[in-house]
Structure formats: structure tokens, C-alpha cells
Ligand binder design. Structure first.
Ligand SMILES: Cc1ncc(C[n+]2csc(CCOP(=O)(O)OP(=O)(O)O)c2C)c(N)n1
Ligand SMILES: [Mg+2]
Length: 795
């Protein structure tokens, strides 16, 4: 019987002495392999004394979080085996990469996926060497790591990913480690509320584990330095039932963990049974675990006289400067030998057979769980024929339609068509109705497990639309949902999608990397609809006016991002159909919700969207030989460009004008830069090299220059767009403030066509008069001039 500091005894608990010994050995093996990855390039089993030649020249990795992660992995292995659980493991502090690599290696997944990392001495040597090594594997729980859907490099998104993975996966359990530092981030702080959206009857379970190792990189964590009761109250306040496991004596901790985890998984099973078999409908208090263990547990206790284990000093590489400091080398060897590698691996370097039994088998191994390679489970989305939702064009531009409302009908049909396979959800920060895709809610409802009042509409525990006022949560849930092999759609106000700039960066990196990993199967694209656009946020004002997400996305790899600005409802339908069916992209659709003129028949829309940009012959009178190209991209700019054409027709009737509309922004880029890029010959046919182009663009104008700078006649391209002028004003005044209005575009054309040089003075005078008239009218009447408001295209 082993007396421990906490007064309990190590042989009290559900683990038999044999099992306890084996489990502890397995944990030592995982810790040993983790340290080995950080430090060694040779002598993997320490079969001879450690020398500097065995040690990597650059020591890169994070030790501090790793033993705790390994401890949990070990114990998940036991519960998975004993209960036949279908479980994945999400690691918030993704810098614990060595631990996940070590565990997937020990369970055999790693060698199955990467056969050159075999289960022997040579395999371990390669495993060590490749870690954080040029052309090797990354230091984090990256896409290369089996069983991962979460890199964890940028902290904050573990818990939303976990919930996203659990929605509509009733058999799945997602164990999710939240770093106590990570818990200080905004996205993580709000993620706890995901439990108000998870239905125990139809979704899987998420087990959050707050990894309270006390420290971040150089500081204590907030949650580790508040009274424990306050922390538990915080978790209770979030609606969880907190359990705490605390200690540092391994044997005692194994017993306590085994006993506690039995309780926790019994709780989860009971909650699910109550909801699934007994008809319980109230929101349950799901269990969560607070794991209070030392940072750098089992590592060096002191280095150079300073405490390391259980301090922030354990965060990265506890022993550095090995070349300069022979004692550090000695300490490293002592540390590694403390795990007794000779007891863990046989003479060939293979994990001892009796220890290997600790891991579950086959697909139950967390490194092999298909949910963590979602493409394996991906069922194609059923998309009803979008042509059935077409807007009938009776006279171009003659009737106004809210384009996004039309899309809402298609999304509703998609929802219905996939109702049985339960693999499609729409996400939004309380803007589904506001962005006018509200039809998608009809009959499907909005997911809600919290309290309801009679005034509430369409809230339901079975709702399929996910609405929460956190762009972070919408993005994170959707990512988790997609990464586990389902489909989704995120609608958001254009200005506020920036809140997830950083998250989309990470998702784009994930997609870019997975494209190069053959065993990672393609997943459904992440689809955004941005509505409530800059030009029609005249009522909400300057804070709501920002089209810059397009610029942000454009920085990403060309093979990952697609950006569409459909000018009307039919082009929007065609684009949406394409995006919903696509894989491994981030698709951005920018489309207005306000009543707006409709231009293309469905057949024309499909052709237009297929090429990405094209001449609108019905709006052009260039006879194949234009003097000016009026180009446009985005719904309001398209209307302004066409209005400018009607003005030019009156003022300069013989001017040969070509109208070009761009729906796929990437078509402007050279083909060498983007697969959607138009070949140079086609580009030159549409934008003839000696003809000026006046380009009205939805977003920041310099973006168009960035895309086209290698094209011929870049000097002849004159772009108008949003230049950060705005306020609460009239819709047309927004255009005037940014010089993208019809009068400005018409003047630009006159200024740029050499033949019209003599008319420029008069045109400038006329332009000033129009703007004066507009300003006076809106100031007096609070609305746009009737001829502007009621403007119609003239055939
Ligand atoms: C959003 C974000 N900010 C900062 C960092 C830099 N960083 C990496 S690890 C770390 C400390 C993490 O502490 P914790 O979450 O407690 O993890 P653990 O103690 O388990 O290592 C920080 C600040 C980061 N990776 N992501
Ligand atoms: Mg920590």
C-alpha cells in the first residue's frame, strides 16, 4: 500500500495492481516518446550513455502541457476499451503535439498511416528525428497528426470545434482539453455556452477538461489563481457539473482518474439515456472536468537552481543550452531514464506486448477514428435543382427582388432534402432573418436548449439553424461540423465577419495542408454568405460599412479560396449551388438583401457564372469595338455602372460602350496565379488593351489593381470602390461619398476617352450640378431624389 500526500492509497480504486502498473508504464512510454521527440535524433532507447551527438541542434517543442495530455489519452484508452466508446480527442493547447504523436504511435495508428515510422528502434529514431525538423512534422497537433481535427496553434477554438463535431453525431464523444491559458481567450470564454445548443437526444457528447496546470508561457493563469470554489461556481454558472481531479502522485492519480472517469462516463450515458429513452427534455448539466496537475509533470524539478516542474518554466524546453552546459545533458539523460525505457520497449524497440493491450483496437483507436478524418464519412449534400427557384426576368432591371430571400428558398429546400441524413446546418450570429434567408428556418427551426417564452418563434431542441450572437462560435461550430464530414453555410453581416479573420486563417491553413496529405479525404467547403453590405448599411452607419473581408481572404492560397459577387438573384442561386457542392474550399459569396434590380435570366446567369466574368451584350453598344469598358462587380456597383451607361447614352449617344460584369473575382487574376483566372487572350478580348476601363467595385478599389497588375493595359484601368467614407445617410449618398455613383462613373468615362476631350469641361460642370442637387435634396428631404430612387434601366 502506498501512502501519498493526499492521504489516499494507490491501490484504492478500480484499477487492479497489474492494470495500474501497466497503465503507469504506458503513460511513462508516452512521456518518454514525447521528450525524445523534443530532444533526440539518435540513441532512441538510451542503449548507450547520452552524448551531444544524440541531441538535436535546435530544441523545438513544448513539454509543459504534454504529460497532462498523455495522462488523459491513457485514461481515454481505458474507457474506450471498456465501454466500446466512439471517441475523439481535441487538444486546445495544440503545442502538446509530441504527446499526440507519441500516443498515436503507441496505439499503432501512426505506423499504419506512416509505415516508414515502424514499431521498432529505427521507427522510434525516425519518430524522434522528424519532429520539428525541416521536412519532418510540425510541432503542433497539425493535420499531419492522426486523429486530429484541431491544430491548436492559435488558442481559443478547441471547445467550439468539439461541439461542432458533436452536433448530429449521437454516438460520438468528444473529449476536449481546454488550456487554462486558452480559457482566457474571448472565443473560448463564450464557447462554454455551447451546452445551450446541444441536444442529448440527437447529438453526441462533449466532455470539456479544463487543464489547470496553472501557467501559460510566462505567467500564471487567471483560473488557477481564483479560489477553487469560485472556479467550480463559474463552471456551474455555465451550466456544467464540475468534477475536479487534483494531485501529482502518479499511482494515486491513476486510481482517482479511473474512478472519476467511470463516474463521468456513467453520467454521460445516463443523460443520453434519459433524453433518448425516457423522453427527458430539460437541458442537462453535462459533466466537465477540472484537471489540476503540475505543468511539466514528471519533468525536471529544478534547473540551475530554479524550480521548473509546476511552474511556467516548464512550458517549452525545460533543459536548454545542452552544448554549453554538460550538467543539462546529464539532467536530460536522468529525466529520460526516469521513465525506465528498458521496461517499456523490447530488445527490438517495440512497445512491450502487454502494454500494447492498453490501447483500443482498430477504428476505436483515437488516431484512427473516422470522425477525425471527416472526408471518409462525407455524404454528398442533396441540392435540389436551383433552377426551380429562378426569378423570372420580365424586362431587364424592371422589377426589384431581395436576392438573398430567393437564396433562402433554395437553402430551405436543401435543408428539407437532407433532413433525413442530418448533415446540413446553417449558422449565423442572429442574422438569418435579418439577412433575409429566413425561409431556411421554416419547418426546420432554430436550435435552442435554454428556456423559452411564448414570445419566442421557431426555437426548438431539434432546430437545424444555429443562431448565437458570437461570430466565433458560428465559425467554430461550422468548422467542427465540416471537419467531421458534414456540410454547412454561414451567413453574416459583411462588416462583422472580420471578427473571425483569424479563425478563417487557421481553417485555410488546415485546408491547404490537408490537400497535401493523401490520407486526409476532402471535406465540404466552408461557405459564407455576406449580406447587409457596405452600400446598404446607410441606416446603421459607418461602423457597419466594411467590405474588407474580401481583401483578407484574397491573401490565402489560390487553391483554397473562391470569392463571388453575384449581381442578382439568379447569379446568386447559380453560385450558391456550385459552392454547396464543392470540396475543400472557402467560398465567399457577397450578395445584397435589399430589393434590387434583376438582370439575367437563369440560363444567362449560369453561363455568366461559369466564365466568371463576361460582356453583357444587352447593355453594350460597342459593335465589337468599344471606346470605353464600363466594368462592374457587386450588386450596387452594377446598378450604378448601368445607370452611368444610361446617362452616357443621353449625353454622348455615339459613344461605343461595353458593359462587363465580374461575378467571380478570381477570374481577373492571371491563370498563373489562380485556376479561375481568365487566359490572357480572353482577358484582352474583353478588356481590349487600348481601351480605358472604368471599374465600379463593391469593395476597396485597390484590390482590383492587385488582381490585375500583370494584365495588359493595367494603366488604363480606373477603379472606383469603397474608400472608407461613410455615415448614416441615404443609400445613394453612400455611393456619392465614395465616388462610385453614376454621375462620377459617367464623368470618368468622358474624361478617359480621348475623343471626348473637348467635352470634359462641360461634363465636369454638369457633374458638379448633379452632386449639388443630390446633396441639397437629401439634406432637405432625408431621402434620395425620386429619379435616383426610382431609376430603371432603359432597354
Ligand atoms: C491566440 C493565441 N495567443 C497567444 C498564443 C501564444 N501562446 C502559445 S502557448 C501559450 C500559453 C498557453 O497556455 P495554456 O493554454 O495554459 O496551455 P498549457 O499551459 O497547457 O501549455 C501562449 C500564450 C497562441 N498560441 N494563441
Ligand atoms: Mg496552462
Amino acid at each position: 500500500m502506498v501512502e501519498t500526500a493526499t492521504g489516499t492509497t494507490a491501490n484504492q480504486g478500480p484499477l487492479s495492481p497489474e492494470l495500474l502498473a501497466k497503465m503507469d508504464a504506458y503513460w511513462r512510454a508516452a512521456n518518454y516518446l514525447s521528450v525524445g521527440q523534443i530532444y533526440l535524433k539518435d540513441n532512441p532507447l538510451l542503449e548507450r550513455p547520452l552524448t551531444l551527438d544524440d541531441v538535436k541542434p535546435r530544441l523545438l517543442g513544448h513539454w509543459g502541457t504534454t504529460p497532462g495530455l498523455n495522462f488523459l489519452y491513457l485514461h481515454w484508452n481505458r474507457v474506450i476499451r471498456e465501454r466500446g466508446l466512439n471517441m475523439i480527442y481535441i487538444i486546445g493547447p495544440g503545442h502538446g503535439g509530441p504527446g499526440l504523436v507519441a500516443n498515436t504511435y503507441l496505439e499503432g495508428s501512426y505506423s499504419e498511416i506512416y509505415p516508414y515510422i515502424g514499431q521498432d528502434r529505427d521507427g522510434i529514431k525516425r519518430l524522434f528525428r522528424q519532429f520539428s525538423w525541416p521536412f519532418g512534422v510540425p510541432s503542433h497537433v497539425a493535420p499531419e497528426t492522426p486523429g486530429s481535427i484541431h491544430e491548436g496553434g492559435e488558442l481559443g477554438y478547441s471547445l467550439v470545434h468539439a461541439f461542432g463535431a458533436a452536433f448530429d453525431n449521437p454516438d460520438l464523444i468528444v473529449a476536449c482539453v481546454v488550456g487554462d491559458g486558452e480559457a482566457e481567450t474571448g472565443p473560448l470564454a463564450t464557447s462554454w455556452h455551447s451546452n445551450k445548443f446541444l441536444n442529448p437526444a440527437t447529438d453526441g457528447a462533449v466532455l470539456p477538461i479544463l487543464h489547470l496546470n496553472g501557467y501559460k508561457i510566462a505567467n500564471p493563469t487567471v483560473l488557477a489563481r481564483i479560489p477553487h470554489a469560485e472556479l467550480e461556481d463559474l463552471m456551474r454558472g455555465y451550466g456544467y457539473e464540475p468534477f475536479t481531479l487534483e494531485g501529482d502522485d502518479p499511482a494515486t492519480m491513476h486510481q482517482q482518474a479511473a474512478s472519476l472517469f467511470d463516474t463521468i462516463f456513467d453520467r454521460i450515458a445516463a443523460i443520453q439515456k434519459a433524453a433518448r429513452e425516457d423522453g427527458a427534455t430539460e437541458r442537462p448539466a453535462w459533466p466537465m472536468l477540472i484537471l489540476r496537475t503540475p505543468k511539466g509533470w514528471t519533468g525536471p524539478k529544478f534547473v540551475d537552481g530554479k524550480p521548473v516542474e509546476n511552474t511556467w518554466r516548464a512550458h517549452q524546453v525545460p533543459l536548454s543550452g545542452l552544448r554549453e552546459n554538460p550538467d543539462h545533458l546529464r539532467q536530460l539523460e536522468e529525466w529520460m531514464r526516469s521513465y525506465k525505457p528498458e521496461e517499456l520497449f523490447d530488445a527490438k524497440g517495440r512497445l512491450r506486448e502487454d502494454l500494447a493491450e492498453i490501447a483500443p483496437k482498430g477504428r476505436l483507436r483515437m488516431g484512427m477514428n473516422a470522425h477525425a478524418n471527416g472526408g471518409l464519412l462525407l455524404k454528398p449534400l442533396i441540392v435540389p435543382n436551383f433552377r426551380d427557384f429562378a426569378v423570372k426576368i420580365e424586362g431587364r432591371g424592371q422589377q426589384d427582388v431581395e436576392s438573398t430571400r430567393v437564396l433562402g428558398r433554395l437553402l430551405h429546400a436543401v435543408m428539407k432534402a437532407n433532413h433525413d441524413q442530418k448533415n446540413f446546418r446553417v449558422f449565423g450570429p442572429d442574422e438569418t432573418a435579418s439577412n433575409r434567408i429566413g425561409d431556411v428556418i421554416t419547418g426546420t427551426g432554430k436550435r435552442w436548449m435554454a428556456e423559452t417564452l411564448p414570445v419566442d418563434e421557431e426555437l426548438s431542441p431539434n432546430g437545424r439553424v444555429m443562431e448565437v450572437l458570437s461570430e466565433h462560435m458560428c465559425q467554430g461550430w461550422l468548422e467542427g461540423y465540416l471537419l467531421t464530414g458534414r456540410h454547412g453555410f454561414f451567413s453574416c453581416y459583411e462588416a462583422f465577419i472580420h471578427i473571425v479573420d483569424s479563425m478563417v486563417n487557421q481553417h485555410a491553413k488546415w485546408l491547404k495542408t490537408t490537400r497535401e496529405i493523401p490520407w486526409r479525404k476532402p471535406i465540404a467547403s466552408l461557405n459564407y454568405l455576406l449580406s447587409s453590405l457596405v452600400w446598404r448599411q446607410d441606416h446603421n452607419g459607418f461602423s457597419h460599412q466594411d467590405p474588407g473581408f474580401i481583401d483578407h481572404l484574397l491573401n490565402k492560397k489560390a487553391d483554397v479560396v473562391r470569392i463571388y459577387l453575384p449581381p442578382d438573384a439568379n447569379t446568386l442561386l447559380s453560385v450558391a449551388d456550385h459552392c454547396l457542392r464543392s470540396h475543400n474550399y472557402i467560398n465567399l459569396i457577397v450578395a445584397g438583401k435589399q430589393p434590387a434590380p434583376q438582370w439575367l435570366t437563369m440560363d444567362e446567369a449560369i453561363t455568366h457564372c461559369t466564365t466568371g466574368l463576361g460582356i453583357w451584350p444587352w447593355a453594350s453598344n460597342d459593335g465589337g469595338n468599344p471606346e470605353v469598358v464600363m466594368a462592374c462587380c457587386g450588386d450596387v456597383p452594377t446598378m450604378e455602372a448601368l445607370a452611368a451607361v444610361t446617362i452616357l447614352r443621353e449625353r454622348v449617344p455615339d459613344l461605343r460602350i461595353r458593359v462587363v460584369n465580374v461575378v467571380d473575382l478570381m477570374a481577373l487574376e492571371p491563370q498563373s496565379e489562380h485556376p479561375h483566372g481568365l487566359p490572357d487572350e480572353d482577358y484582352d478580348r474583353i478588356f481590349p488593351p487600348d481601351v480605358p476601363t472604368i471599374f465600379a467595385f463593391h469593395g476597396y478599389p485597390w484590390l482590383i489593381h492587385r488582381l490585375t497588375y500583370r494584365r495588359h493595359n493595367h494603366d488604363g484601368l480606373h477603379v472606383r470602390g469603397y474608400k472608407e467614407e461613410g455615415t448614416t445617410t441615404s443609400p445613394f449618398d453612400m455611393c456619392v461619398l465614395n465616388n462610385i455613383d453614376r454621375f462620377q462613373l459617367a464623368l470618368d468615362a468622358i474624361r478617359r476617352v480621348p475623343r471626348l476631350a473637348a467635352q470634359v469641361g462641360a461634363a465636369e460642370q454638369w457633374y458638379s450640378e448633379q452632386i449639388q442637387r443630390h446633396k441639397l435634396y437629401v439634406a432637405e428631404n432625408g431621402d434620395d431624389l425620386p429619379e435616383i430612387k426610382n431609376w430603371r434601366w432603359k432597354e
